[in-house]
Design a protein around this ligand. Structure first.
Ligand code: ATP
Length: 506
């Protein structure tokens, strides 16, 4: 049967005439049941996924489930006072957060409201929490380094601006410490840092805020906090809120670093939410779309081309593993989404090798193109030397007499590991990293007794900074290690060793 054009026109006319009244009628609904931060609402037939709704109690909610005759709304606030019959109003807009320069230096909740007691935040714009990631056309390859200030990472798993690098490891292996050190190292680098705490203890968030403040890093940072005591919906939207804030700055041409600490807890919050929304559970009781949960979040990190503002958003998601199991569901998902991972190992951590980066299992798939040339040049053989050392170490643990070549490789490896140790909150500038790497990888400190290697090399780097500021400034400004600079380092080192040997023998 073919419809006549006049009939179609009359149907359309009728629809248009009734459009207003129908929307108005559907604007409100009523709560059927409520519990665990989820409300089932009847009557919001026209509501769309992700839409913000307002309840009579003043609390806001987000539409998350569209069933045949009801919608599931997650409450973004207190459930108190919400009961059967409470009126729910559509707002017609997606859930959003305020964005702007006023957020810098502040601690906010997932809806962008201040929780640091420093008064209201002045912003004029808002951005939707959920937003489509930038397309291929607007993206540029990652080719500008983002220095973490951590020698082991900048030398072997370099990170570029716009990259997504996962920090993965068991509990208490220094995952947060790496992220915080990276934030501290952005001082003076014109990078805005956003730390998103998901399901953390309030005391941990307070400690991080305190650390950032003490090191002057709050001046360019924002903390988005959803603590463990908050409801699953709030924990669920926390990283998206942080990403929305980051995208605002990225769109303005700024470089942004965003830390999601951690996505394991985020996945658990989403699982809770999904089960409460009566979605069917899949593997490990996570819903089927748990991969999409993280992929759509991490895809928002990128580096934009000049025409699109030239900003970037670098993401450092954190995943906690159980007993080092990187092949569990959520870890494998996030490993496959990100551009590499920094794998932290409990054994190394307790053996005193901190940061406990497992060199063999850590990779950076795109950061190599962005690595500072001076570091790339000096760190060239580091990975291979360490791999060789690990292999020899295992084979020779019961051997008593070793041939000189093996002994030399072992000595060299031990000194390299010694130099890769770095205390908390002591990020290193590029020049210091290049000097240390140069003397270490060229084997110039292999004759320094093991227990003296670290103090000697750090002391030497300090001497270089004090006595040859021109060389240091050249490395910092050009990012390269020139021939004359190498000569200067070698001469100064020979001199320092002569002076140092007296103390080692004493
Ligand atoms: N490079 C380091 N040198 C010395 N101590 C460190 C270093 N890195 C981390 N630590 C210490 O190890 C402990 C654990 O660090 P951190 O909280 O960063 O680990 P985490 O893996 O994020 O822990 P959680 O599982 O609780 O999130 C902290 O007490 C921290 O002080």
């Amino acid at each position: 049967m073919r419809a006549k054009p006049e009939e179609i026109v009359s149907v359309l006319r009728e629809e248009i005439q009734n459009y207003d009244t129908r929307v108005r009628r559907d604007e409100t609904g009523t709560v059927l049941e409520v519990g665990d931060g989820i409300a089932t609402v009847y009557g919001l037939d026209q509501a769309v996924y992700g839409e913000l709704v307002e309840l009579d109690t003043g609390v806001k909610g987000m539409v998350m489930n569209l069933a045949r005759d009801s919608v599931g709304v997650v409450l973004l606030g207190s459930e108190a006072g919400v009961r059967e019959g409470t009126v729910v109003r559509r707002t017609g807009r997606a859930a959003d957060v305020p964005v702007g320069d006023g957020l810098i230096g502040r601690v906010v909740d997932v809806l962008g409201q201040p929780i640091d007691g420093l008064g209201p935040i002045e912003t004029t714009e808002t951005r939707p929490i959920e937003h489509e990631a930038s397309g291929v056309v607007s993206r540029e390859p990652v080719n500008v380094p983002l220095q973490t200030g951590i020698l082991a990472i900048d030398a072997m798993v370099p990170i570029g601006r716009g990259q997504r690098e996962l920090i993965i490891g068991d509990r208490q292996t220094g995952k947060t410490a790496i992220a915080v050190d990276t934030i501290l190292n952005q001082k003076g680098q014109d990078v805005i840092c956003i730390y998103v705490a998901i399901g953390q203890k309030a005391s941990t968030v307070a400690r991080i805020q305190d650390t950032l403040k003490k090191h002057g890093a709050m001046d360019y940072s924002i903390i988005v906090s959803s603590t463990a005591s908050e409801s699953a919906p709030l924990q669920y939207i926390a990283p998206y809120s942080g990403a929305a804030m980051g995208e605002y700055f990225m769109g303005k041409g700024k470089d942004v670093l965003i830390v999601y600490d951690d996505l394991s807890k985020h996945a658990v919050a989403y699982r809770t939410l999904s089960l409460l929304l009566k979605r069917s559970p899949g593997r490990e009781a996570y819903p089927g779309d748990v991969f999409y949960l993280h992929s759509r979040l991490l895809e928002r990190a990128c580096r934009l081309t000049k025409e699109y503002g030239g900003g970037s958003m670098t993401a450092l998601p954190i995943i906690e593993t159980q007993a080092g199991d990187v092949s569990a569901y959520i870890p494998t998902n996030v490993i496959s989404i990100t551009d590499g991972q920094i794998y932290l190992e409990t054994d190394l951590f307790f053996a005193g090798q901190r940061p406990a980066v497992n060199v063999g299992l850590s990779v950076s798939r795109v950061g190599g193109a962005a690595q500072t040339r001076a570091i790339k040049k000096t760190a060239g053989t580091l990975r291979i030397d360490l791999a060789r050392f690990r292999e020899l170490e295992v084979f020779t643990q019961f051997a008593s007499d070793l041939d000189p070549a093996t002994q030399q490789a072992l000595d060299h490896g031990r000194r390299l590991l010694e130099l890769l140790k770095q205390p908390l909150y002591h990020p290193m500038p590029v020049s210091r990293q290049a000097i240390l790497l140069y003397v270490a990888t060229s084997g110039l400190v292999d004759d320094v007794p093991l227990e003296h290697v670290r103090p000697f090399a750090l002391g030497f780097a300090g001497e270089m900074e004090a006595e040859h500021p021109d060389v240091v400034a050249e490395i910092e400004s050009t990012g390269t290690l020139s021939g004359p600079a190498v000569e200067c380092i070698r001469a100064a080192l020979a001199d320092a060793k002569k002076r140092g040997s007296a103390t080692w023998q004493a």
